[in-house]
Design a protein around this ligand. Structure first.
Ligand code: SAH
Length: 399
């Protein structure tokens, strides 16, 4: 017999949150004396003693409880539950990911594995344990074993975020290989090839959540293109297949160095328009180019998150508007704008409103072609709005 599962009692607010479909209870949603061992499986009850399910507990994070299941289960059932969820997550990706050897295999809450992220870059898996529970040796063992069933040949690299370990009050740990020998590889999204290096001087990786948006952008892109925040060339390399030329901008030199290497990887394999990589502040560059009356047929804007908190929303929307207005000014009639926001706090209605207002100020008629979000391997769990964060709008300037 394993010891009895600790019970965590949550207050009315916490219970309402879980009953509403969320998986998190903040510390303020617990009754005052509620506590449990770090990283333990707990039974969650409301103040009247009614069972709400079983959860993983964190003694340090503001998110004290992450619900795992509505059932009341004990530790001995935990490995089977985790295994089944990991296998289901991997099988789901097998069904929805096309023309690519890379994707997010496990997306935390959206796979009902709150606190675990696993990305696949061809033959290298990158695992991130974000909570005390997923840092437990026994749970890590179960995760590695289950990943091994589905991905027997892949190396597994554990990426550690020191800030998160600090928040979870976990001892520091190094990012390192936990299985296999490979830390770098070449991976493919929609037939476009990229370098991945978990260890190298410049860490590489990709915005896998944009995978389907790259393909969508390439469906509409044409002529002379500009990619404002290119990072390692995600959109630019896709655009280069269909556009005459691409100007790709980023403020990070290391990111552009990898982007140029990625360009070389694809040069001999496909028709490829000219790509010019420019290290610059995209805000300044767009302003200068707009003043110089440059014009484009396609512009992609995928800036970093402007709104890190709800409070920052008005400022963020002003930033998005400024950027989009500059881009719209330079788009020729028939031109295509692909504009993204990865800020969770900027909702889709806010984002569309911003775009409408930028078009009005710029004197342009803008037609929506697609309102998109994250790739399907980053699904959104209803009830947990934080799982849906990416907006990607494809729009066309009418003459
Ligand atoms: N579109 C990319 C991801 C962009 S992430 C892809 O699909 O892979 C955001 C990028 O914006 C980062 O590479 C960051 O270096 C860059 N960046 C941040 N501020 C910037 C600025 N003011 N001007 C240009 N690039 C900037």
């Amino acid at each position: 017999m394993s010891p009895a599962c600790p019970v965590v009692t949550i207050n009315h607010r916490g219970a309402a949150r879980l009953r509403g479909g969320h998986l998190w209870v903040y510390r303020s949603g617990l009754v005052p004396q509620a506590e449990a061992p770090a990283g333990s499986l707990v039974h969650v009850r409301d103040e009247r003693g009614r069972a709400l399910g079983s959860a993983l507990y964190s003694s340090a994070s503001q998110i004290a409880v992450r619900l795992l299941t509505l059932d009341v289960i004990d530790e001995e059932k935990l490995p089977d539950l985790l295994r089944a969820r990991i296998i289901a997550a991997a099988q789901f990706r097998q069904r929805v990911v096309r023309d690519s050897d890379s994707c997010r295999v496990i997306f935390s809450e959206a796979d009902l594995l709150p606190g675990l992220i696993v990305d696949k870059y061809n033959d290298v898996l990158v695992m991130q344990a974000l909570t005390q529970a997923f840092d437990r040796d026994d749970i890590r063992g179960v995760v590695l074993e289950a990943l091994g069933v589905h991905f027997p040949g892949e190396s597994i690299f554990e990426r550690v975020d020191p800030h998160i370990r600090e928040l979870e009050q976990l001892p520091s740990r190094k990012s390192q290989l936990v299985r296999g020998e490979q830390t770098s590889t070449i991976f493919t999204l929609n037939g476009v090839r990229f370098h991945f290096d978990a260890l190298g001087g410049q860490k590489t990786g990709a915005f896998l959540d944009q995978r389907e948006n790259y393909a969508a952008a390439a469906r509409y892109a044409h002529g002379v293109a500009l990619d404002g925040f290119t990072y390692q060339g995600g959109f630019a390399l896709h655009l280069a297949r269909v556009c005459q030329s691409v100007t790709a901008v980023d403020s990070s030199r290391p990111a552009l160095e990898v982007a140029e290497q990625n360009e070389q990887l694809n040069r001999d394999r496909h028709r490829c328009g000219e790509i010019e990589w420019i290290e610059a502040n995209a805000f300044d560059l767009l302003k200068d180019y707009a003043t110089a009356e440059r014009s484009y047929d396609t512009i992609v804007l995928d800036p970093p998150a402007f709104a890190k908190s709800k409070r920052a929303l008005p400022t963020a929307l002003r930033g998005y508007k400024e950027l989009n207005l500059r881009a719209l000014k330079m788009l020729r009639p028939g031109g295509v704008l692909v504009t993204c926001s990865c800020s969770f706090h900027v909702g889709e209605p806010d984002f569309l409103q911003m775009l409408e207002s930028a078009a009005a100020d710029g004197g342009k008629r803008l037609r929506l072609l697609e309102i998109r979000s994250q790739a399907q391997d980053h699904p959104v769990l209803l009830g947990v709005p934080e799982t849906g964060y990416l907006k990607c709008v494809v729009a066309q300037v009418l003459a």
